[in-house]
Design a protein around this ligand. Structure first.
Ligand SMILES: Cc1ncc(COP(=O)(O)O)c(C=O)c1O
Length: 429
């Protein structure tokens, strides 16, 4: 068994002058969290020192948010909410101030999250049974949204050049057919960490516009961009026709760890697109605490977020260096954005003989059952031998196989412990 001790001596100190504490591990076990509790339920009590799967953070949220929520809790009635006008105004002014985005209040819909927004948009643009295009590897949740809307996922694989994913426009063009009505695009990309440039977004947008495919842009990870890269809001692209053929989806939930408060929104410069989505019966019935938390985040949370983004960037650097030096069977090229590390575990798969074992396990399954993949076996290996849970790449489309997605949004101490355990487990092979 791996020594379950971290290497604090090797830990880089938190940034000088840092006001907020991201370094002290915050125990989420016992709160019904998917990232920790659901994994302990799946793999057994005591099976984990680090849950690094689902995409939320392990940090206490910004103190201004907790203060606002505590204030609201003093009023002990939770009856129906008359949505304050100040709420959409707060969202609009955050997007304007931070990114230069002009959201027209009439061309925006509130939502209980990005998933419900995307499902409503698919219902508006993609008839049941039609194809919804994705650039894969793609966020696994999109597959669920497409199924929920009664559509069929069409995977357009990206190409890997120097260990970076690139969009293959010719391939994308080939994947569009008469019944392809929408494309889901993620920027920054979960899971690959790409931050798409204006030129890349424009090229995809022009192709889709020419082929009559609406572009649904998920920018939920936009706050996490590493130095040297820039988040380009799709709605600010210079080609007006491209912008008018899009809808953007957002939430404060990734940046401020508010996912279970169920609050998001979507907008488009194209009023008719928003009208079509509204006509599906889309519900913007957000709960009171989601409104309070988001409003607090967007009025007073920016200094906290700035420190968090820098801390996450440090986690990316730490992970890249650590794996290169101590666990080279796992390769990691630093992400351009998000707090996710898209790891290449092909050398580890080879060492474990996981591809052959997965094929043999699949043969034992009834015909039509979900196949066992090599990355699923890597997940099992890491849970059993390192007590760390990370997500198998096969969940992100067929080209995701050979990869694992590791969530780095945790204290550096927990990250170091997880990496030590992983390196130890590999060393014992
Ligand atoms: C790219 C992306 N979109 C959407 C979601 C889910 O958003 P929500 O919780 O607002 O439905 C996630 C969560 O992991 C995500 O990574």
């Amino acid at each position: 068994m791996a020594a379950l001790a971290s290497t604090p001596g090797a830990l880089p100190a938190a940034g000088a002058g840092q006001k907020f504490d991201f370094d002290t591990p915050y125990n989420r076990v016992g709160t019904n969290s998917i990232k920790w509790d659901a994994q302990l339920r799946n793999f057994g009590a005591g099976s984990l020192v680090a849950g690094m799967g689902i995409s939320d953070t392990d940090f206490r949220t910004a103190p201004v948010i907790t203060e606002a929520l505590n204030q609201r809790l003093k009023h002990e009635n939770w009856g129906y909410l008359d949505m304050p006008r100040s709420f959409p105004e707060t969202i609009i002014s955050w997007n304007k101030r931070r990114y230069g985005i002009e959201i027209h209040p009439d061309r925006m819909l509130l939502s209980t999250g990005v998933h419900p927004s995307i499902i409503s948009a698919l219902r508006a643009f993609s008839p049941r049974g039609s194809k919804v295009l994705m650039l894969t590897p793609a966020y696994d949740g999109f597959f669920g949204d497409i199924t929920a809307a009664g559509c069929v996922a069409e995977q357009c694989p990206m190409k890997l050049v120097d260990n970076r994913y690139q969009i293959d426009l010719e391939e994308l063009d080939r994947h569009i057919s008469a019944d392809t009505k929408s494309l889901i695009l993620c920027n920054p990309s979960n899971p690959t960490g790409n931050v798409w440039t204006a030129a890349e977004l424009t090229a995809v947008g022009e192709l889709c516009t020419r082929r009559g495919v609406v572009v649904l842009v998920d920018e939920i990870h936009c706050d996490f961009v590493t130095p040297g890269h820039k988040y380009t809001p799709y709605c600010l692209l210079p080609n007006r026709e491209v912008v008018m053929n899009s809808v953007t989806f957002k939430s404060a939930s990734k940046a401020f760890s508010l996912s279970a408060l169920k609050c998001g929104w979507m907008y488009s410069d194209n009023a008719s697109y928003i009208a079509r989505i509204a006509a599906t019966g889309h519900s913007g019935d957000i709960n009171t605490l989601g409104v309070v938390a988001t409003q607090a985040a967007y009025t007073g949370g920016e200094p906290w977020l700035a420190e968090l983004v820098a801390y996450i960037d440090g986690n990316h650097d730490f992970t890249e260096k650590y794996l290169r030096e101590k666990a080279p069977l796992i390769r990691y090229t630093k992400a351009q954005g998000t707090y996710l590390a898209w790891l290449d575990v092909n050398p580890l798969i080879a060492k474990l003989g996981a591809a052959e074992k997965a094929a043999a396990a699949t043969r034992q399954k009834p015909a039509g059952a979900r196949p066992v993949t090599a990355s699923m076996l890597v997940q099992d290996f890491l849970v059993k031998q390192a007590k760390v849970q990370i997500n198998p790449g096969s969940a992100y489309g067929f080209v995701g196989e050979g990869r694992m997605r590791m969530n780095l949004a945790t204290s550096r101490k927990t990250l170091a412990l997880a990496l030590d355990n992983i390196a130890g487990a590999i060393a014992r092979l």
